[in-house]
Design a protein around this ligand. Structure first.
Ligand code: IMP
Ligand code: MG
Length: 196
């Protein structure tokens, strides 16, 4: 059964085929993730590193579901080209502000698709000598994975759909929808990946 479209978003959701995750479902799952992180990292004061821009809504809600001391930082990446992206090479347009040497780092992603971007970023972060490095992603598309990456904290598995909302975009649009929605296939021209 289709989930109801939250009222008031009719104009912005004209290109949305279906609500995939409602605000309530997102909220419930993110609370559980926050509690798990709080328990696992008790006394370790982790640094949460978010990948901009897609992660912004997830990060904002996740950190408020965590009840232990943490630090927050962000990285931003963009693609050199579609071809470079396919090789998993991305350009870091904003690097970390805090050093992560000997720190417990949790890398926060909006969605892990092929895993190429994440793999590249994790390799870069590992060279900086963190005490530990784990991944937390809101969404994962397991059937699309090209590189196997251990994901310690995962919100939801997603079939091979292109989704938008709750921070995720298609050509920079739809980030402000309060739910995760599946975009209508006819709207997708070329999947607007690589701008976070
Ligand atoms: P990967 O390198 O293939 O894992 O791609 C990861 C990046 O592609 C994500 O961080 C997003 O920026 C983007 N992306 C992948 N799938 C989606 C989607 O369904 N909606 C919006 N962005 C996506
Ligand atoms: Mg991203």
């Amino acid at each position: 059964m289709k989930k109801p479209m939250p009222a008031g978003y009719e104009t912005l959701s004209i290109d949305i085929q279906e609500v995939f995750l409602s605000p309530e479902e997102l909220n419930g799952r993110i609370r559980a993730l926050g509690q798990a992180i709080s328990a696992d990292y008790k006394d370790r004061s982790p640094v949460l590193v978010g990948a901009l821009k897609g992660v912004m809504c997830f990060m904002a809600d996740l950190i408020r579901a965590i009840s232990i001391p943490i630090e927050v930082d962000f990285m931003a990446i963009s693609s050199y080209s579609a071809e470079a992206r396919d090789r998993g090479v991305v350009r870091v347009t904003k690097d970390l502000d805090v050093p992560i040497m000997d720190r417990h780092v949790i890398f926060i992603e909006d969605v892990v698709d092929t895993g190429l971007t994440l793999n590249y970023l994790l390799r870069s972060l590992k060279t900086r000598g963190p005490a530990s490095l784990e991944v937390c992603t809101l969404l994962s598309k397991p059937t699309r994975r090209l590189i196997d990456i251990p994901i310690k904290y995962k919100g939801f598995d997603l079939p091979d759909y292109f989704v938008v909302g709750y921070g995720l975009d298609y050509h920079e649009k739809y980030r402000n929808l309060p739910f995760v929605g599946i975009i209508k296939p006819n709207v997708l021209f070329n999947k607007g990946k690589g701008d976070g």
